[in-house]
Ligand binder design. Sequence first.
Ligand code: CUA
Length: 330
Amino acid sequence: MLFALMPARAVASAPLNYLSGHGTRAYPVVALTWGVLLIAITVVVIISLLVAGAIWRRPGIVSPPPGQRLAIERPVGGIKWIWIGVGLSSAVLLGTVVWTMSVLAAVTAPAAKPALTIEVTGHQWWWQVRYLSDDPAKIFTTANEIHIPTGVPVKFRLIGGDVIHSFWVPALSGKTDLIPGQTNETWMEAQKPGIYRGQCTEYCGIEHARMGFVVVAQRPADFEAWWLRQLQSAAAPATAAAQAGLGDFNMHCGSCHAVRGTDAGGVLGPDLSHLATRRTIAAGVLPNTPRNRARWISDPQGIKPGAMMQKPELTETQLTDINAYLSTLN
Ligand code: CUA
């Protein structure tokens, strides 16, 4: 019956689903989750049946005749069931402890050397993502969308940019806090391509719930292509509207946002280099479409009240031009 509830086929894009896993780090944890759940349900069923049986089979109490006392009879022979019950419960509990410990040991560190290290900084309320490299020319920053290659472990360095946040991609790996003044590490490995939803899971202020991200797991060749693309600077916009938009963007947006290869070098908000390739904006809140970008820019506080982004003073034309420019950032 219970197995019918389990997903027959793993859906890689399942949102925030921790009951099915998709990577070497998640598999043992998911097996443990279901295993302990099944054991717990079995124990509850057995205990309930025993209690029901005991109530059903209780000896009838005969009322003594008036003026007489009832002789007290102590039932004998039941003590062995106490020992059997205690022994069985202890064995099952010990088994789950050993299983839990072995899973913890198995997921602490990856079996193979991580293919790359990604530094993630939690900000109110978005994720800064830096791809690290020994070669400084190959370090780049992006936001709210993390691409990883499939089939290899990826290491994460986690930093709290302002308050404590927590990094969670349920289908791939457990939660790890991002704490100011401390660098925590975690890792994950996706077995197959897919889009995995991630979420901040430590209350970090009014927009905590709207602090999402996606992990895009790609075949190594596809990841390599994405990575090489990210290393490139933005191409000069071709259309007149986008060219005007670039000027407006630098003036109105460039002190908070950066686009590599332009004068916009702000670090307060997400790096928008290659923004048009991302699936969402505002940290997973809206699908990244031109219409949603216009909505977001013209009313950030309406969509995400309390967000650090203030509404820029733009004319209709400037907004359209900036949006045209953002569409070129692919
Ligand atoms: Cu960041 Cu909750």
